[in-house]
Ligand binder design. Structure first.
Ligand code: F3S
Ligand code: F3S
Length: 123
């Protein structure tokens, strides 16, 4: 698994990363963007241009971002809400256009602070 996009992208979607990607493998959901693990060539060009610091390579990801490694994969491998089948490898986000839906993790994301508060309330 190569580069991936984590929670700081949610509801920000600056999209500077899309301009930098030489293989056009960054796809737009509804609340965040996702890197296609089968299309990414691990060049690293997207990571420094994100103003939110939302992009990581998997082996250097902080613990709080780890859930989004598998979640980027899920965006392409699982049928997303409102779609009949998985997205797979569409061959470029300019071809596919905006996908406009999210993984369940991103769709229900309330922010790390609020999520940890909710978890504390459950104890
Ligand atoms: Fe999101 Fe950063 Fe790209 S906020 S859209 S990952 S530039
Ligand atoms: Fe694209 Fe390179 Fe990032 S292939 S997703 S710019 S690591």
């Amino acid at each position: 698994m190569p580069y991936f996009i984590a929670s700081p992208c949610i509801d920000v979607m600056d999209k500077s990363c899309i301009e930098e990607c030489p293989v056009d493998c960054i796809y737009e959901g509804n609340r965040k963007l996702y890197i296609n693990p089968g299309e990414c060539i691990d060049c690293g060009a997207c990571e420094p241009v994100c103003p939110e610091g939302a992009i990581y390579v998997d082996w250097r990801a902080p613990a709080e971002a780890k859930d989004f490694v598998a979640d980027n994969d899920r965006f392409f491998a699982d049928p997303l809400p409102g779609r009949d089948g998985p997205l797979g490898s569409p061959g470029g986000s300019r071809l596919s256009g905006r996908i406009g839906t999210d993984t369940p993790l991103a769709a229900t994301w309330q922010g790390a602070d609020r999520q940890s508060l909710a978890a504390a309330g459950d104890e």
